[in-house]
Design a protein around this ligand. Structure first.
Ligand SMILES: C[S@@+](CC[C@H](N)C(=O)[O-])C[C@H]1O[C@@H](n2cnc3c(N)ncnc32)[C@H](O)[C@@H]1O
Length: 311
């Protein structure tokens, strides 16, 4: 039995704008790719009462356990699936959904659990997997990947300027003993770059980078967008909340490309590509949290919500 109080800290980000842009209605058919604690899912179920239906995905069986209890009152209107949202197409017909939402990344309930190994604030196993069924953990990356690959992920996914120094220190340390805990990794990073004057801990960016690599998060976003577009009905809404500039760039580029009728170079007088717009953006600029929300939920500070409607 899971103690829900362990996870009660998770507050759904940008909840109001999500509901406004998703606009759930009775009888509608929806999917939530990242169920988590079930905040957005519950919002959709409430707003689409009495008969709207929801398909909800998560890779994490612990999150699913919590959300299942929370969503019990909605009975057969909700179907929970322990799988990646990238497999959306296996569970939905084409042109069948009125709305799809993904709220990317890690939940505060996962960050707060030391055994999950997501946070440098807790000492736990260097794990960081969303799914326990996945083989590769953070410890495998930190101990087994070549130094150049570590530099690459720290630089690309963590935007860590001191990626070379951190990777070199990790490789020097792992020659003496395997790095098995979040505490060890945090101390190695701290000794590589010092505490500095920044507001954030020096391990923040590296932990984020390793988590993104463990779960192949950018690949997942890239593949779910076309799958979601296929699954939506004309008029259906696609909502993505991202927390990382690379994720947001993927979403922005997809929305821009899919909302254009022709992708030929501008100097070409006649269209030869035949591309037709399949989306209309509902958010020209991403929606972000206001001061009030950031105060209650600091995780919302870096959240960016983009939404589009299928044509
Ligand atoms: C930020 S939380 C979602 C919170 C949720 N919107 C709520 O209101 O509680 C992200 C969740 O997505 C899950 N997740 C991450 N990648 C996933 C994937 N590829 N497929 C399914 N779930 C995923 C994580 O396990 C985590 O529970």
């Amino acid at each position: 039995m899971i103690d829900p109080s362990l996870y009660s800290s998770h507050i759904p980000v940008l909840f109001e704008p999500c509901m406004r842009l998703m606009d759930p209605h009775p009888g509608g058919s929806y999917a939530d790719g990242t169920l988590g604690a079930g905040g957005h899912s519950e919002g959709i179920l409430k707003a689409s009462a009495p008969d709207g239906r929801l398909l909800a995905f998560d890779l994490d069986p612990v999150a699913i356990g919590i959300a299942r209890e929370r969503l019990e009152p909605y009975g057969s209107r909700v179907r929970i699936i322990q799988d990646s949202y990238v497999n959306l197409g296996q569970y939905t017909e084409e042109n069948s959904l009125d709305g799809f939402i993904v709220d990317l990344g890690v939940s505060s309930m996962q960050l707060d659990r030391d055994t999950r190994g997501f946070s440098f604030l807790q000492d736990g196993p260097l794990d960081m997997r969303f799914s326990p069924e996945q083989k590769m953990t953070a410890a495998d990356i930190v101990n087994d990947w070549p130094e150049e690959e570590l530099v690459r992920i720290l630089w690309e996914y963590g935007e860590e300027r001191k990626s070379r120094r951190i990777a070199a220190m990790i490789c020097a340390e792992r020659r003496t003993a395997r790095i098995e805990t979040t505490g060890q990794l945090r101390d190695i990073i701290q000794s590589a770059v010092g505490l500095g004057k920044e507001k954030i801990h020096p391990a923040t960016r590296s932990f984020q980078a390793i988590r993104i690599a463990v779960n192949e998060e950018l690949k997942a976003v890239e593949s779910v967008l076309p799958a979601a577009l296929k699954a939506l009905k004309p008029g259906g809404r696609l909502l993505v909340i991202s927390f990382h500039s690379l994720e947001d760039r993927i979403v922005k580029n997809f929305f821009r490309t899919e909302s254009r009728d022709c992708l030929c170079p501008p100097e070409q007088p006649v269209c030869t590509c035949g591309h037709k717009a399949s989306l209309r953006e509902l958010t020209r600029h991403p929606v972000t949290a206001d001061e009030g929300e950031i105060e209650i939920n600091p995780r919302s500070r870096s959240a960016k919500l983009r939404a589009a409607v299928k044509l």
